[in-house]
Design a protein around this ligand. Structure first.
Ligand SMILES: CC(C)(COP(=O)(O)OP(=O)(O)OC[C@H]1O[C@@H](n2cnc3c(N)ncnc32)[C@H](O)[C@@H]1OP(=O)(O)O)[C@@H](O)C(=O)NCCC(=O)NCCS
Length: 165
């Protein structure tokens, strides 16, 4: 299994992964919309034997200051490949890529049983608010630099390509 940045040739396979993992085409369309918007995102794929089985994307979120913060979404592993560690490899490689890109922190709206294992914790603990009305435990943040969360507070907004929840 290798984790690598997406290339233009991966577009259809990434769409297939998102359609397979999610119940609707919302996430597949979101990935295409973010790519078409030209925003500077980090998009990684998990490849095995020339087949793409997983995908993760990070896009910039805005906050009141000028801190560089990335939002993890969406993330998907093809059903037949789930629970075999692919997602873990994608998250770990993605966090590393965000750190290398100079991001201070990553936020995620997701399963509260899944993301804490990577160091995510409720964003509300740090005065960081979601633009969406969601339960506090599903909106999480992870610092990528020491003390980063001290400098971030207030409302974070995803890229406009994200659909209203
Ligand atoms: C969530 C997802 C990306 C995880 O990828 P994966 O390759 O299956 O994950 P890993 O094999 O690295 O980790 C498996 C762990 O994730 C947990 N997990 C998987 N799906 C989960 C879910 N929907 N809710 C909570 N935990 C989940 C498993 O319980 C397992 O935990 P364990 O190791 O303690 O048994 C994948 O299951 C998926 O694509 N799901 C559908 C789409 C989705 O929900 N995306 C995330 C949106 S926030």
């Amino acid at each position: 299994m290798i984790i690598r940045p997406e290339t233009p040739a991966d577009r259809d396979a990434i769409r297939t992964i998102n359609l397979d993992a999610f119940d609707s085409d919302t996430e597949a369309n979101l990935v295409d919309a973010l790519r078409d918007s030209g925003t500077e995102f980090i998009s990684l794929v998990a490849e095995t034997k020339d087949t793409l089985v997983g995908h993760i994307l990070f896009s910039p979120v805005t906050c009141t200051g000028d801190a560089k913060i990335m939002g993890l979404a969406p993330m998907a592993v093809r059903k037949a490949w789930q629970r075999q560690g692919v997602g873990t490899q994608l998250v770990e490689a993605g966090l590393q890529a965000c750190r290398q890109a100079g991001a201070l922190a990553v936020i995620v709206l997701g399963h509260p049983q899944y993301y804490p294992r990577f160091g995510f914790e409720p964003a509300a603990n740090h005065g960081i608010e979601s633009e969406y009305e969601v339960a506090a435990e599903v909106f999480m943040v992870k610092a990528l630099q020491p003390g980063a969360l001290d400098a971030i507070n207030g409302l974070l907004r995803y890229h406009p390509a994200f659909p209203a929840l």
